[in-house]
Design a protein around this ligand. Structure first.
Ligand SMILES: Nc1ncnc2c1ncn2[C@@H]1O[C@H](COP(=O)(O)OP(=O)(O)OP(=O)(O)O)[C@@H](O)[C@H]1O
Ligand SMILES: [Mg+2]
Length: 247
């Protein structure tokens, strides 16, 4: 039986006096694969940061029934200092710090796990490369491995397709489908095609949150939910997602 691992209840939050999320509620269950869509600035990343506790709530409540260290997070942008003299393997292993404390030395098992993840992410050849010399896509793959090394119960991906090439992107979604057997996934994406074929349910975030119990959503619903950007940017939106208008 799936359990509720995160419960978001009537939250309001934002920055200074700008309200970004208005009365947002969402339950995340252990077997969920939720796709989050919405226009730029709609509050998707803010929602994720609220879950992680890095954006304080103005009101409402978020209950975590898992430990924070059981959440794996691939941020939309990363503030890893590229001058910092560490290699890809270290970046991946740093995902274990929540569990072990930063001063703990890594076990051989951990290193093997990091290498296996790097293999799956197609970056094993650069395992020892300094991060200052990585491309954007390579860095994103390393950070994905970092998010996974702790075997999280919830994996949060903020626009994972942004930097990686389309070949890896396809591989990534197969990988995610496999991971979803053991963990919940919350994935923000602008690509409705991806959303429709890979996720189980959809949340539209544009100040408010509208939840759909399926991965099919009509153009009328999108418009009604103030999620117009997808309609505009995806002229040829897959019909699985945007059911045809009834004229
Ligand atoms: N640290 C911050 N300080 C002040 N305002 C912020 C901050 N982060 C985000 N905002 C504002 O909050 C609003 C929501 O931003 P957020 O990053 O959550 O949107 P998003 O849906 O993730 O957009 P995108 O699709 O562009 O990633 C925007 O108006 C943004 O300018
Ligand atoms: Mg964002």
């Amino acid at each position: 039986m799936p359990e509720t691992i995160i419960s978001i209840k009537n939250i309001h939050t934002g920055y200074q006096n700008q309200k970004v999320l208005d009365n947002v509620s969402l339950n995340i269950n252990s077997n969920d694969f939720i796709g989050v869509i919405g226009p730029n600035g709609g509050g998707k990343t803010t929602l994720v940061k609220s879950i992680l506790g890095s954006v304080p709530l103005w009101s409402g409540e978020i209950t975590l029934n898992i430990k924070k260290s059981e959440i794996g997070y691939l941020p939309q942008t990363n503030d890893f200092d590229k001058q910092f003299p560490i290699i890809v393997g270290d970046v991946i292993l740093s995902g274990l710090s929540g569990k072990k404390g930063i001063w703990k030395r890594y076990l051989n098992n951990d290193i093997t796990k990091a290498q296996e993840l790097a293999e799956q992410a197609g970056i094993s050849d650069i395992f020892k490369k300094p991060i200052g010399k990585l491309s954007g896509g390579q860095m994103q793959r390393a950070l994905l491995c970092r998010a996974l090394i702790n075997e999280p119960k919830l994996l949060i991906l903020d626009e994972p397709g942004t930097y990686v090439d389309s070949k890896f992107e396809m591989k990534l979604y197969d990988w995610l489908a496999d991971l979803n057997k053991n963990m919940a996934i919350l994935m923000i994406s602008h690509d409705l095609g991806t959303i429709s074929s890979k996720v189980k349910t959809i949340a539209c975030v544009n100040k408010h949150l509208h939840y759909h119990e399926s991965n099919k959503i009509t153009a009328e619903q999108l418009a009604h939910y103030e999620c117009p950007i997808q309609i505009i940017t995806h002229g040829e939106v897959p019909h699985q997602v945007l059911a045809k208008h009834k004229h």
